[in-house]
Design a protein around this ligand. Structure first.
Ligand SMILES: Cc1ncc(COP(=O)(O)O)c(C=O)c1O
Length: 434
């Protein structure tokens, strides 16, 4: 499935900068001919992709619609308002800031807006599925603030094993009285109970922040419960399940919080907004609001459950026993005690299957090795993969790992994956390869 714009862009770059064109061409070929199972990635539509390569990148638009620090912003105001309105419509909320350059920037702005430096907040630690912007020591969130972490149920015999221990969340919050309680994760395969989190936040006098970076598309489509009306403030990336350009977004129903957030984003932590990306966000949000997106989001979850089931049948262990959303954490040790996440990532890549090593709860191995991989279905679902292909993918993963990355097995699998990818072309990429 080629798109004339891809061809024109590739030709243009080739004519002016062959070295850059060569790299673009290679990366395009890589994306087109491999299976993308990184849970935080997706393939955007040609319109979303090419909106980022437009003249809106030329403009400074510091400030907000109707209150800019530069002239010539008439159409930029309209673009930003379009993105804001669609963002609010997607999540059924009253205020949206579409300017954060990324998810981490959005989180930085929320922290700055709602907590004085040094404040205590509660979150899930990185190794249990949290994000580095949720309190990692060398991140701004752990450097300028004081995180306390709530646990999972670590006992594998517990019926809620490896899921959030909500009673412990309450205990941690009552003990430390955090200013903010943060939920939403990078590697958590189960539904988040936002109402339960809000009840705990209310009891201990905290604001509830939901970072739905991973599940935003599922929430917008009604496939995962919405963080509204429970969360006081919601942050997300726009490039994962939401299938938009790389960026961030902040949402709230509270006018005073919205005012503080606008100030924290600009001039607090950012300068000029990336207006070409905001145009692309508006287009992506428009896509999310169409009925097709609900079908897509439902299929993402069905595919994740099919892949988790097929891998389980082959002897792998899914943490928590499976998945409710778009991702799964695979504990490799159940299949073969010596398998590590680092080896699996490397072997699978050489066969054309792209994923990332990931610690599992209570992992005995260090973060650069790990005992697991994180797999997600948003990108393959965009390509049109369904349950039958997920079963095929599980077989390919098992074959490569069972061979311990044997070169002949990886080569054979790589060829099969090339053929599979040709049968499921990616939107708007094929024409870049010559
Ligand atoms: C839960 C969560 N929050 C924030 C982020 C940060 O997003 P970005 O990489 O755009 O800064 C991520 C990225 O993976 C994430 O998973």
């Amino acid at each position: 499935m080629s798109h004339p714009l891809d061809e024109a862009v590739a030709d243009l770059i080739r004519a002016t900068d062959p070295a850059a064109a060569d790299l673009l061409e290679r990366e395009s070929a890589r994306q087109t001919s491999t299976l993308e199972l990184i849970a935080s990635e997706n393939h955007v539509s040609p319109a979303v992709m090419h909106a980022m390569g437009t003249c809106l990148t030329n403009k400074y638009a510091e400030g907000y619609p109707g209150a800019r620090y530069y002239g010539g912003c008439e159409f930029h105001d309209q673009v930003e308002n379009l993105a804001r309105e669609r963002a609010k419509q997607m999540f059924g909320c009253s205020f949206a800031n579409v300017q954060p350059h990324s998810g981490a920037q959005a989180n930085t702005a929320v922290f700055m807006a709602l907590m004085p430096p040094g404040s205590t907040f509660a979150s899930l630690v990185l190794k249990d599925g949290g994000h580095l912007s949720h309190g990692m020591k060398i991140n701004f969130s752990g450097h300028y603030y004081t995180p306390v972490h709530y646990p999972l149920h670590y006992d594998l015999g517990h019926p809620e094993a490896e899921r959030i221990d909500y009673d412990a969340v309450r205990r941690v919050c009552l003990e430390h009285r955090p200013k903010m309680l943060l939920c939403g994760y990078s590697a958590y395969p189960r539904t988040i109970d936002f109402a339960r989190f809000r009840a705990i936040a209310d009891e201990c006098g905290a604001l509830l922040m939901a970072d739905i970076a991973h599940i935003a598309g599922l929430c917008a489509a009604g496939v995962h419960p919405s963080p509204f009306p429970h969360a006081h403030v919601v942050t997300t990336t726009t490039h994962k399940t939401l299938r938009g350009p790389r960026g961030g977004l902040i949402l709230t129903n509270d006018e005073e919080i919205a005012r503080k957030i606008d100030k924290a984003v600009f001039p607090g932590v950012q300068g000029g907004p990336l207006m070409h990306v905001i145009l692309s966000k508006a287009i992506a949000f428009g896509e999310v609001l169409k009925p097709d997106f609900k079908v897509y989001a439902k299929q993402v979850v069905k595919n994740a459950q099919a892949l988790a089931g097929a891998l389980t049948e082959r002897g792998f262990r899914m943490t928590t026993g499976g998945t409710d959303n778009h991702l799964m954490l695979v504990d490799l040790r159940a299949r073969k005690e010596t398998l590590t996440g680092a080896d699996a990532e490397k072997w699978l890549e050489s066969a054309g299957i792209i994923c990332n090593k990931n610690g599992v709860p209570n992992d005995s191995r260090p973060p650069k090795v790990t005992s697991g991989v994180r797999l997600g279905t948003p990108a393959l679902t965009t390509r049109g993969f369904k349950e039958a292909e997920m079963s095929l993918v599980a077989g390919l993963i098992d074959r490569v790992l069972d061979s311990s990355g044997d070169a002949a097995v990886c080569d054979q699998t790589r060829n099969e994956i090339r053929a599979l990818c040709e049968a499921f072309p990616m939107p708007g990429h094929a024409a870049v390869q010559r």
